[in-house]
Design a protein around this ligand. Structure first.
Ligand SMILES: Cc1ncc(C[n+]2csc(CCOP(=O)(O)OP(=O)(O)O)c2C)c(N)n1
Ligand SMILES: [Mg+2]
Length: 323
């Protein structure tokens, strides 16, 4: 599917921002300054960006414990995200949620989530509200290869088919659920086919290739927005860091990450494709690289300088009042 120069430059900027955000966090976490668990998204950039390129603020996404990439791709403010992860009051959740609870309803980003598989049911509820609005909006749940073994996800897939909800289950198969290989833990080994068994359209594609993700999603979104029911996309990808920051990764082959950084890098793949097809100029991409690095530097400096929430705010913004 044809994309304009501006769109391609924008997609590259998003992927590069996610990559550098995560590479920098990897270093910052080692200083001990960031509280809580952090799961980095490096390696999976093409999925978040290839999916969200098709969405606007009114479409809804539900993220996972590995959510920074989804947030950036959906348009969340990068500096406010960094501040959130540093636990600062200038953060998207005023510093009270941290990495696994970033949300931005104005951007249609319904939240990261520490409960594996929780996104499935949430997205079906969001998709039902989108269906009732009748404006052609969709809800996308992101989930991993581990999430598809959770009963809640399977129930959500069934429910989505039964009520014909415009829900799209994006499954990022990065090969592992914590330290357990998908090869071992996913029966049938084919997540797309498993979804088809529920009666929905499903596509499997290379999750390290922005163009493959973009094209697969174009087809699925046409289907869902036309009221033809839910769909699944299984994207084969990899993560460049451990399950969480601090994971010694003894379950991976010695040179696996190095090899994947060479062979499965979304940014390298993108650059190779646009050069081959003469779609973009290398200088433009290099300029974006520099701008992104400067943005991440500023985000970290500003986060570090910002205040933490004060003690008297400890119970505010925690519960919603329906009164
Ligand atoms: C209901 C539930 N069970 C177990 C966990 C512990 N846990 C956190 S992440 C994770 C692995 C998830 O794997 P996957 O869905 O493939 O996502 P990935 O980490 O690969 O992005 C597990 C088991 C949890 N958070 N929630
Ligand atoms: Mg996984």
């Amino acid at each position: 599917m044809q994309q304009s120069t501006d769109q391609l430059l924008g997609a590259y900027r998003q992927m590069k921002t996610i990559r550098e955000f995560e590479e920098r966090l990897h270093k910052e976490i080692m200083t001990g300054e960031i509280a809580g668990f952090t799961h980095l998204y490096s390696g999976q950039e093409a999925v978040a960006v290839g999916v969200c390129e098709h969405l606007d603020d009114k479409d809804l996404i539900v993220s996972t414990h590995r959510g920074h990439g989804h947030c950036i791709a959906k348009g969340c403010d990068v500096k406010a995200m960094m501040a959130e992860i540093f636990g600062r009051s200038t953060g998207l959740g005023k510093g009270k949620g941290g990495s696994m609870h970033i949300a931005d309803f104005d951007k249609g980003m319904l939240g990261a989530n520490g409960i594996v598989g929780a996104g499935g049911p949430l997205a079906v509820g969001a998709a039902l509200s989108a269906k009732l609005d009748g404006e052609g909006r969709v809800a996308v749940s992101f989930g991993g290869d581990g999430s598809v073994n959770q009963g809640a996800v399977l129930e959500a897939m069934n429910m989505a088919v039964v009520i014909d909800a415009p829900a799209i289950f994006v499954i990022e198969n990065n090969g592992y659920s914590e330290h357990t290989g998908a090869d071992y833990a996913v029966g049938s080994k084919d997540i797309a086919k498993r979804s088809e068994a529920f009666g929905m359209k499903a596509i499997k594609a290379d999750g390290c290739d922005y163009f493959a993700v973009y094209d697969a999603m174009a087809e699925l979104l046409d289907h869902a927005r036309a009221g033809k029911g839910p769909c699944t996309a299984e994207f084969i990808t990899t993560r460049f860091f451990g399950h969480f920051e601090g994971d010694p990764q003894n379950y991976r082959a010695k040179d696996e990450v190095k090899r994947h950084r060479q062979e499965m890098c979304a940014l390298k793949n993108f650059r190779a494709r646009v050069a081959e097809e003469k779609l973009l100029d290398e200088g433009q991409l290099n300029a974006i690289d520099n701008e992104v690095l400067a943005l991440i530097d500023e985000a970290v400096d500003e986060a570090r300088a910002a205040p933490q929430p004060s003690a008297d705010e400890i119970t505010t913004d925690v519960y919603i009042s329906y009164a």
